[in-house]
Ligand binder design. Structure first.
Ligand code: ADP
Length: 365
């Protein structure tokens, strides 16, 4: 790695000399000039990481010099040297943009520590900024890609639906099989995209889907309808036991529907052919309690917490066979917790799994 470069500006040549000696022995590459204008001219030609400047100088003072240099080298770290007793001036300089100060007379230790700490802080600041930028880029990319995928996929899915309608009764067995595969796989892709979009919505500050009062039974009916085709194909019966007369709920309808869809989707995916999915929704105290129980492969207690983390799947041949991105449950947890509720999985005596989530009825802020 190349050495870090320090530029010293001080109208007293003796001071420059001392600083050069100290900083060179501490491993920096150092140059010194005796006035602000000379410093500006030099920084135009050469790269420096840090400017160590006296505050009071004839001609341009330390602040003016630093400001002018920052115009064409905004990343440079500035340290101001002030006279002993001029603490308020030093503090003012830091408020105006200097990264630190040192008061005369200073020791070897004081000078090298001030400089290395200021450079370290600036490195960390740059890393944080770069990290934030990359995160933002990632989130924007996720939002863009998932939206761009949704439109063509909806067109493909509705075209498949049309062909199925047109060919109804006329298609031979092979054609029917192909159309059915297209529909199932298309739906699976569509649910993955919905989860990606929801994930990016949860990360963004924008309220794409604001909270509203909605009817839970209607929401659940829509969620069930969206997975009915897949259940039917595998001979799985969805036993919809939503209680009557549920109160209205204040929340993000679209997000909670996706939670129910994700749970039903898993209960179908990880079920056996001809199995059952029991969906119960009822009011319990100050909560609405949702339960999705299946007659599938079940989950071992060791995995109860793990599966709610993003991209986590149980190591199981069935999980690998049916595939999935491992996003549904982590999104569910985020949505449920954002509504002040809880989500967990319970074991079922004769195998299978039961996912439960609760939503408090008193969450209207
Ligand atoms: P995906 O279903 O896309 O893999 P999820 O986050 O929805 O992602 O689920 C994570 C993992 O939890 C699944 O891969 C599976 O191993 C396990 N899992 C979820 N639901 C069930 C279920 N009803 N029965 C058995 N295992 C399940």
């Amino acid at each position: 790695m190349s050495k870090e470069r320090v530029l010293i500006v001080d109208d007293e040549e003796e001071n420059i000399h001392i600083c050069i000696q100290i900083l060179e022995s501490a491993g920096y590459e150092v140059k010194g000039v005796t006035n602000g204008q000379a410093a500006i001219d030099l920084v135009r030609k050469e790269r420096f990481d840090l400017l160590l400047t006296d505050f009071r100088m004839p001609g341009l003072d330390g602040m003016e010099t630093f400001r002018a240099i920052k115009e064409f080298n905004p990343e440079i770290v500035g340290i101001v040297i002030t006279a002993y007793g001029a603490l308020s001036m030093a503090i003012e300089a830091v408020k105006l943009g200097f990264h630190g100060f040192i008061t005369k007379p200073f020791t070897y230790e004081e000078l090298t520590t001030t400089i290395s700490q200021a450079l370290e802080r600036s490195r960390l600041d740059k890393e944080i900024i770069a990290h934030r930028r990359i995160n933002k880029l990632k989130d924007d990319f996720l939002a863009l890609v998932s939206h761009e995928l949704r439109t063509p996929l909806s067109i493909v899915l509705s075209s498949i639906g049309l062909i199925i309608d047109i060919r109804a009764g006329k298609a031979n067995k092979r054609e029917r099989e192909i159309l059915s595969i297209l529909k199932v796989e298309g739906n699976r892709l569509s649910r993955l995209i919905s989860n990606l979009i929801l994930m990016s919505e949860l990360k963004s500050q924008e309220d794409k889907h604001p909270r509203e009062w909605f009817n839970i039974s209607n929401m659940v009916t829509k969620a069930v309808a969206s997975v009915q085709g897949d259940a039917h194909k595998r001979g799985i019966f969805i036993d919809n036991q939503v209680s009557e007369g549920l109160p209205g709920f204040y929340g993000v309808n679209h997000h909670i529907k996706q939670v129910v869809v994700n749970l039903l989707d898993n209960a179908i995916k990880f079920n056996r052919e001809g199995g059952r999915v029991i969906l119960k929704v009822h009011k319990e105290g100050g909560h609405i309690r949702f339960e999705v129980e299946d007659t599938g492969i079940g989950i071992s207690e060791d995995d109860y917490t793990k599966i709610f983390n993003p991209f986590q799947q149980v190591e199981d041949p069935m999980t690998r066979k049916v595939g999935g991105a491992g996003l549904g449950l982590s999104i569910n947890k985020e949505v449920v917790e954002a509504h002040g509720g809880e989500i967990w999985v319970e074991s079922v005596p004769n195998g299978g799994s039961k996912f439960v989530f609760t939503l408090p009825l008193t969450n209207k802020k």
